[in-house]
Design a protein around this ligand. Structure first.
Ligand code: IMP
Ligand code: MG
Length: 176
């Protein structure tokens, strides 16, 4: 018989996420006051969080871009292989770059992206993630701006998917 997953209780509400986005947006505004900024959202998971954060960033010189990377497929475990499906549209040389992610688990995806961006001459590189799952870490990586730390469950909602589903949920939950 086919196994059907079910979504658990709400772990983090939309209101809590929005309030955190205000705090982080303000911190980024202060940290980069008077400097230009490029936000790079990692599609598709980062869409909701990125839109919340950037609305709270007060910076006249900021621009945004997106990348698509894949490492998971229809599985709940990282394959350890990162593939760039859609690259940046803009040159990042000399820019202050903030990569926006949905979740840092093993850290493999962001570690790969950090090296990739450093090789392209970014001036500074920061990571802004909605969620951090430190128990899953396989490489040494600490995000610069973290929304919430979560326990080692498979998280869905607010952009995060399982096999492309549940991204639309306006809260963070987990699969049972
Ligand atoms: P990492 O390379 O293991 O850090 O995983 C990064 C990517 O895996 C994230 O961008 C997510 O797309 C996906 N991922 C990791 N953990 C979860 C989870 O609990 N739920 C949904 N996606 C996840
Ligand atoms: Mg994903």
């Amino acid at each position: 018989m086919e196994k059907v997953e079910t979504v658990g209780q709400i772990m983090i509400t939309e209101e809590e996420i929005r309030a955190r986005a205000v705090e982080i947006g303000r911190r980024i505004s202060e940290d980069f006051s008077g400097e230009s900024l490029l936000f790079v959202g990692i599609l598709k998971g980062a869409v909701m969080w990125m839109s919340d954060v950037i609305k709270n960033v007060d910076n006249k010189e900021m621009t945004i871009d997106f990348m698509v990377v894949s490492s998971y497929g229809a599985s709940t475990k990282s394959s350890g292989v990162v593939k760039i499906v859609k690259d940046l549209d803009v040159d990042i040389e000399g820019k202050n770059v903030i990569i926006v992610e949905d979740i840092v688990d093993s850290g493999i995806t962001l570690n790969y992206l950090k090296n990739y961006f450093a090789g392209r001459g970014a001036k500074t590189l920061k990571i802004c993630t909605l969620l951090d799952k430190p128990e899953g870490r396989r490489v040494d990586l600490v995000p610069d701006y973290t929304g919430f730390i979560v326990e080692d469950k498979f998280i869905v909602g607010y952009g995060l998917d399982f096999d492309q589903k549940y991204r639309q949920l306006p809260y963070i939950s987990f699969l049972k």
